[in-house]
Design a protein around this ligand. Structure first.
Ligand code: SAM
Length: 330
């Protein structure tokens, strides 16, 4: 039996989210500033180093890996990593979070590589609003990506939507109707104060309590106890195969069941999305190219500094966590 990663609050860590690039072809206003400076290549993990990290975690009992970014599919040769990780014995589930812009090209190969589920971010069904939120994105490409994912045999696809007051919060029902029509799941993520962006977070914040109320006026939602191993709480819409998730870091603190750590493309292991506690794994990889023992020891020891929980406060003038979601890996 694999050893286990257990923190000082007794939480078992069996899930990692690995960001394989800080780069993205979108510039979503809630996620990034407009003029981002991305890391030079030598400062980010090679794909071989990414695989080594995943292998070490799987040896330590991690059974679920999410590849994210930035936009993971803009990284050259990313598919090689999916193939390598998809083949790791001991891994139960390989999943992907993407903005969908490159999925039309990659969906089939991702499926063949062993990706089990895909989360696709979609905040608007109106091309102009979509462009306003992403600053540069093309809605049609994402819709084509969603269609390609379905055609490639992915039967578990979840949309991730961030609603922003006065921008796309009138699309709540339309987004759910789209999910129903295309037999997808959908999760609403409350906007989190990660990194300094060009708007005041509390001006655009829409709580999931409000989103749920909006949806209950339209659909007879039934609360569900199911989980996908993450922080979402789910509701079912009878007569459809769609479930609606709510990821509510503000109104529902889910830290007590946190089962994950995040690894940035620089090899920093963050123990919490909303705190700064971290361990740098890259030096351990580079100083010990043929020995994973120091890497694994550092991962095991890091469980002792996993914080009890995040501490999001929308009223703060400056975010408590200055790194963007694209950096930590959403
Ligand atoms: N590029 C991929 C994508 O678009 O899904 C993966 C990375 S992106 C950082 C992952 C998720 O984080 C997206 O669903 C995005 O909407 C969400 N996200 C980014 N910044 C956020 C924030 N400040 N608050 C809430 N969600 C955020």
């Amino acid at each position: 039996m694999s050893p286990q990663l257990i923190d000082r609050f007794g939480r078992k860590v069996d899930y990692i989210r690995l960001s394989i690039t800080d780069r993205c072809d979108f510039r979503c206003t809630y996620c990034m500033g407009e003029d981002m400076v991305f890391l030079p290549r030598e400062e980010i993990l090679s794909l071989e180093e990414c695989e080594r990290i995943v292998r070490a975690f799987v040896d330590l009992g991690v059974s679920k890996v999410r590849i994210t970014g930035g936009e993971p599919l803009v990284r050259k040769d990313a598919i090689e990593l999916f193939r390598a990780v998809g083949n790791l014995p001991g891994l139960r589930e390989l999943v992907l979070t993407t903005n969908g812009s490159q999925l039309a090209q990659w969906a089939r190969e991702l499926r063949a590589a062993g990706v089990a589920r895909i989360n696709i971010s979609l905040d608007s069904l109106d091309a102009e609003i979509f462009r306003r939120i992403t600053r540069v994105g093309d809605l049609n490409k994402v819709l084509a990506g969603i269609a390609a994912a379905r055609d490639s045999g992915f039967d578990s696809i979840k949309l991730n939507s961030v609603l922003m007051r006065g921008i796309n919060d009138h699309e709540t029902v339309a987004l759910v109707a789209f999910a129903i029509d295309h037999q997808l799941d959908i999760a609403f993520i409350e906007e989190m104060p990660l990194g300094a962006v060009d708007h005041a977070r509390d001006a655009t914040f829409v709580s999931n309590t409000e989103t749920l109320q909006t949806l209950q006026q339209r659909y007879a939602l039934v609360s569900s106890a199911e989980t996908t191993g993450g922080p979402a709480r789910y509701w079912r819409i009878p007569g459809t195969r769609t479930k609606i998730g709510f990821i509510s870091p503000h109104s529902h603190n889910f830290c007590e069941s946190c089962n994950r750590v995040r690894i940035t493309c620089k090899g920093e292991m963050y123990l919490c999305l909303g705190q700064d506690d971290k361990v740098d794994l890259m030096p351990l990889l580079r100083q010990h190219p043929h020995d994973d023992t120091p890497l694994k020891s550092a991962i095991i020891e890091a469980m002792q500094i996993k914080p009890k929980g995040h501490d999001f406060d929308l009223q703060r003038a400056q975010p408590a966590v200055v790194r963007f979601m694209s950096m930590t890996g959403g």
